[in-house]
Write a protein that binds this ligand. Sequence first.
Ligand code: CP
Ligand code: NVA
Length: 285
Amino acid sequence: MNLLTLKGWSNEDIINIIDKAIAIKKNPKKYIEVLKGKTLAMLFEKTSTRTRISFEAGMAQLGGHALFLDWKTTQLGKADLKDEIKCIGRYVDIIMARVYKQEAVEVMGEYAGKPVINGLSDKYHPCQIIADLMTIKENFGKLKGLKLAYIGDGNNVCNSLIVGCKKVGMKISVAAPKGYEPLEKPDLLTNDPVKAAAGADVIYTDTWVSMGQEEEKAKRLKVFPPYQVTKKLVGKALFMHCLPAYRGYEVTDEVIDSKQSIVFDQAENRMHAQKAIILKLLGKI
Ligand code: CP
Ligand code: NVA
C-alpha cells in the first residue's frame, strides 16, 4: 500500500488514520520501540521545513531511522528514476518523496517494492491534509457536517483538501481566480471569496506562488490580492494555513496571529499524523 493521493484510500481508511493520529499524539510512549531497525528514506526534489523535520523526528520517536536525501547529492537528478528507486527500495523499509511532478511519485510507487508516501507534488499534498483534518477534529470533536472554505490558488493543497473533506463528510467551497481553479471538484467553486466563506467553520489558504511556479510570481501577485484572507473574511471561523505563509499576501498578520489561527497546531500535527501513516503502511496498526 502507498499514499500517493488521498483518492487511493477509502473513506474508512482516512477516518481511521485521523483517529489513530489523535491516539498516538495522546500516548506517544506506547509506540517508542515499534519501528526499531526500520529505515525511512526521505527524497527531496524541493525544499521543506515541516515535512522533513516532522518525518525525521517522528521516525526517531518510533525507534526507527530516517535518511534525508536530495536530488543534488544523489544520482536521482541524473539517472533513470525507475533504476534509482528500485535500488533505494532494496535498502530501506519505506520511502517518502517530495517531487515536482505527481508522475514521479507514481513511478516510485510502482517500482520501489516498498510503501511510498507523497510528501507533496505539483498536484497533491496528502500528508498535509491528514494532519489538517486531525486538527479540525481536535477543535470541533467531529468532522462530518462541518464546512471548510479554501480561498486562493487551486493548488496541490487545495486539491487534496477537496478529496479529504469529501471523504470525511465535510463540505468544501473554493474561491479561486479564473484560470487558477483546482483539478478536483469542490461542493462550491466560485471567484467570490465572500460567497465561498459564507457559513464556513474553517477558512484555509495557501501561498499564491507554489514551489516550481517562481517564474509566474509577478503575474500571480497581480491576480491574487482580492483573495487575501482578512479579519473580515474570517469572521468567527478558525483560520488554517499549511505554512510557509507569506504574510501580507495570502493572509494578514492580524489573522495569522489571532486566537482563531490554528496554524501551529496544524504544523505540529504533521508529525503525529505521519507516525500514523508510516505505522499503517508498515502494517503495525
Ligand atoms: N506544509 C509543508 O509541507 O511545509 P514544508 O514545505 O516546510 O515541508
Ligand atoms: N502549495 C505550496 C505548499 C507548500 C507546503 C507549494 O507547493 O509550494
